[in-house]
Design a binder for this molecule. Structure first.
Ligand code: NDP
Length: 291
């Protein structure tokens, strides 16, 4: 036998999963470097998450990503957590080390790399809309980066309170909660507004945040965690009002880079991720053309 037909396996668990471009990017990277590894994009319902992780163990996967709605729930099915994932209590990347699956989190780090293109968060006042897995990861990294104050606005008060308590209890940043029940008004001392909710994610690309866009003033930095579409409705509205709005392709690139680095330990895959990005942009153009 000259070659093995048994590929190593990686992948992603999310629901929905069809809008997630990671498979195109990571498989392009594997292919470019002649790595015999597959990346399987799986749609997994919350009640099946435990079985999915058992399946991963049974099939000997070397790692997997997880996205909505599994980032917190997956912790119960893993063997341990890396340092930042342990503070955030959220996981977007599980890595097999020996016979154990260890949860890591690259969400906040990737986002911060992109945000720094527009502003250094040190000493800044930041409004975070949302308090889910992405908000938690980004909030902790913002605090570690020296943000002065984080105002968390969330629809569910309980979930918002958990994030605020985490930031106040485990970081030096001062955090406060706004129970988000009416159009959010951005105060003049705010330097950065981050949409860390899932509002605007494909296919609901026209969904609108409950935000008074009149309060978005020129010079304010507005960033969005939504990876697809690359330019969200919020970003378009913010740009029209003279705000600086984030670069979503750079965000996706940074996230992919960190996930691949953790899973394979090889930073040189960065170049191939660029190729994957062009595949994603092609899909986006096809999607735009269909509309
Ligand atoms: P979660 O399900 O953990 O959290 C969703 C958040 O959105 C919650 O705060 C939820 O509020 C809020 N939300 C959802 N719908 C509404 C609504 N109609 N009105 C008000 N609030 C709402 O999801 P994640 O945090 O994992 O993911 C959120 C988004 O971030 C996704 O689009 C995902 O693709 C993106 N993402 C970006 C990353 C990055 O930039 N680094 C990394 C990971 C994900 P409530 O608590 O009240 O339900």
């Amino acid at each position: 036998m000259t070659r093995s037909f048994l590929s190593r396996l990686t992948g992603s668990f999310a629901m929905p999963a069809a809008e997630n471009p990671t498979v195109a990017m990571v498989e392009a990277a594997y292919h470019h470097h002649d790595l015999d590894i597959r990346y399987i994009n799986c749609e997994v319902a919350p009640e099946n998450l435990g079985d999915a992780v058992k399946g991963v163990r049974a099939m000997g996967w070397i790692g997997f990503n997880c996205s909505i709605p599994h980032k917190v729930a997956v912790i119960d099915h893993l063997d341990g957590l890396g340092e930042s994932a342990a503070v955030m209590r959220a996981v977007n990347c599980a890595v097999r080390r020996g016979d154990k699956f260890i949860g890591e989190n690259t969400d906040g780090k990737g986002f911060l790399l992109s945000l720094r293109n527009a502003i250094d968060p040190a000493g800044k006042t930041i409004v975070m809309l949302g308090a889910g897995g992405a908000a938690r990861a980004i909030g902790v990294e913002l605090a570690f980066a020296g943000a002065k104050r984080i105002i968390v606005a969330n629809r569910s008060e309980l979930r918002g309170r958990e994030l605020v308590d985490l930031l106040n209890g485990k970081t030096k940043t001062s955090a406060e909660l706004v129970h988000w029940r009416e159009p959010y008004e951005v105060s003049t001392e705010t330097d950065v507004v981050i949409n860390a909710t899932s509002i605007g994610l494909y296919p609901n690309v026209d969904a609108r945040l409950d935000l008074n866009t009149e309060t978005l003033r020129p010079g304010l930095v507005v960033a969005d965690v939504i990876p697809n579409p690359p330019k969200t409705r919020l970003a378009r509205e913010a740009l029209a009002r003279g705000c600086a709005a984030g670069d979503h392709l750079a965000l996706i690139l940074n996230l992919a880079l960190l996930c691949v680095w953790l899973t394979r330990g090889v930073l040189w895959l960065l170049m191939a991720v660029g190729h994957g990005l062009s595949c994603f942009m092609l899909r986006q153009m096809e999607y735009d053309a269909d509309r």
